[in-house]
Structures are given as structure tokens and as C-alpha cells.
Write a protein that binds this ligand. Structure first.
Ligand code: HQG
Length: 229
């Protein structure tokens, strides 16, 4: 992941040359990934363990989050701008910031209700997984497992990247959105690259794509799928 820069004139960038008035502060890529993973974990899974309050819509105070992080060894350097920049520059739209608060847009295991982004889903969505999960998915459908929702991708290439987090034998499942809707299941947009739905019945899975056969890995995606949790 690229470094983040705080511009002297305001705003954040991954490219210091995009700060016309110069750079005021920066965070190297490795620390950005480390912070992104921990903030994702706190907001999605374990706010209480870090003494952070999350309301029923998933919002936490940025000041409270910064104080919680600064109590940890290895995170005493964290400032408010790091959190704001993390959200503003996240390539997957993992975070939303509003009125001094931050929330994760998706991925929760804690029980929160995050309003979807506006817009209808496309006719086909994709879920990346590994082939060892296929027998169970064929029998029971795609289940949220530990999370609140099943996560789907707008393209098979993005889904393949998601699947790669689980192992090398990646398969991509093509999901028929009309079939979901006929069953009263409505996928909604959680971020620019993530749709969520309660579950996917096996009969709404149209086909299984083997990304290597489809040549997906020749594409370079503009984001990494590994800074969440
Ligand atoms: C599998 C990341 C057996 C499912 C990603 C997946 C995503 C089943 C695993 C977001 C099953 C759950 C979520 C069944 C589902 N039998 N296995 N019936 N139903 N599974 O991590 O979708 O980078 O909870 O196929 O990009 O991989 O963190 O879900 O392999 O958007 O921001 O159970 O997390 O975003 O794994 O990933 P996960 P996911 P971030």
C-alpha cells in the first residue's frame, strides 16, 4: 500500500506532488496497512476490547478511537489526521467519516445497521472463495459465516482477489441477482466494490469460474484486498 500524505493546504493524498503547498506530515505504507487492519478490526469486530463505543449504526467517535489507539504500544504516534486520511484514501471504501465519527462500511461481525449506498446492483454479482468450500456452498448456499452479511463483488476479477485471501485454489461464483430478488433477498451496495446480502441460496449460483482458466491474474487491480480484517 502507498504512503499517505497530509497536505499543508488541507486534504490528503497518496502522491506528495498533489499537495501544491507542500506536505505537512506523512505515514509510510507499512504503517498505513497496520493501522488500517487494526481500525477495521476494532470497528467491525471488537470495539469493546479497545474501550471504543460503537452505536447501532456502526459509528464511533474519532477522538475516542485515537485515544484508544494511543494507549497501545506500537500506536502512540497515531493522530486524528491518520484516521481521516485512512478513510478518505481507502481504495475499497472501507470507512465512512461524518461529523467527527467513523464507521466501517462492511465486514462487521458485531450487530450494526449500516445504511446502503444508493443505486441498484448489476444483474450479476460475484463471490470469490476457495474450491474446498464448494461442496458445502453447493449444499447450503453462500452463508455469512462469522460476519453479518455475505459479501459480493461487482466483477469476477475483484472476487478472485477476495478469494485469494483464503488460499490459492480460488474459485469465483457467479450470482444471479434477479434470482435473489425473487426470493426476497436484496443485495445492496456497501462500498464502491462491495455488495452485501443476507445469504445466497445455491439455486441463485449460476456458474463456477476458475480464474486461472479465465486468465484473471493477468490483470492488475488498483487496490489490495488485504488491508481489512
Ligand atoms: C465461505 C474483505 C463453506 C466464503 C473482502 C468465504 C470482502 C462458506 C468464507 C469481505 C459457506 C468467509 C468479506 C458455506 C460461505 N460453506 N464455506 N456454506 N458460505 N463460505 O472473510 O467474503 O479487505 O468472512 O466463501 O474483500 O471472503 O477486509 O468473507 O470464503 O469484501 O475490507 O466462508 O472482507 O474485505 O470468509 O470477505 P469471510 P469474504 P476487507
Amino acid at each position: 500500500m502507498k504512503a499517505m500524505y497530509k497536505c499543508r493546504d488541507g486534504g490528503y493524498s497518496e502522491d506528495p506532488s498533489k499537495c501544491p503547498g507542500g506536505v505537512e506530515a506523512s505515514l509510510p505504507g507499512e504503517l498505513r496497512v497496520k493501522l488500517s487492519k487494526l481500525v477495521s478490526g476494532i470497528l467491525r469486530h471488537f470495539p469493546e476490547s479497545y474501550g471504543v463505543k460503537v452505536d447501532r449504526k456502526g459509528w464511533a467517535s474519532i477522538d475516542e478511537l485515537v485515544s484508544a489507539l494511543r494507549r497501545l504500544s506500537g500506536y502512540k504516534w497515531v493522530e486524528r489526521w491518520h484516521i481521516e486520511a485512512l478513510a478518505a484514501l481507502d481504495p475499497k471504501g472501507r470507512f465512512e467519516v461524518s461529523g467527527g465519527k467513523i464507521r466501517a462500511r462492511y465486514g462487521h461481525t458485531i450487530n450494526v445497521e449500516v445504511e446502503p449506498l444508493p443505486g441498484e446492483p448489476p444483474g450479476l454479482l460475484y463471490h470469490g472463495t476457495v474450491s474446498s468450500n464448494l461442496p458445502s456452498i453447493r449444499a447450503k448456499g453462500i452463508l455469512p459465516m462469522k460476519r453479518l452479511k455475505v459479501h459480493l463483488s461487482p466483477t469476477p476479477e475483484i472476487a478472485a482477489e477476495v478469494g485469494r485471501r483464503h488460499g490459492s485454489d480460488v474459485v469465483v461464483l457467479e450470482v444471479d441477482v434477479k434470482c435473489l430478488k425473487e426470493k426476497g433477498l436484496k443485495p445492496v451496495m456497501a462500498s464502491k466494490v462491495v455488495y452485501v446480502v443476507d445469504w445466497v441460496p445455491p439455486e441463485c449460483i449460476r456458474r463456477v469460474i476458475r480464474p486461472e482458466a479465465a486468465g484473471f491474474y493477468n490483470h492488475t487491480l488498483s487496490f489490495s484486498t488485504s488491508e481489512g480484517s
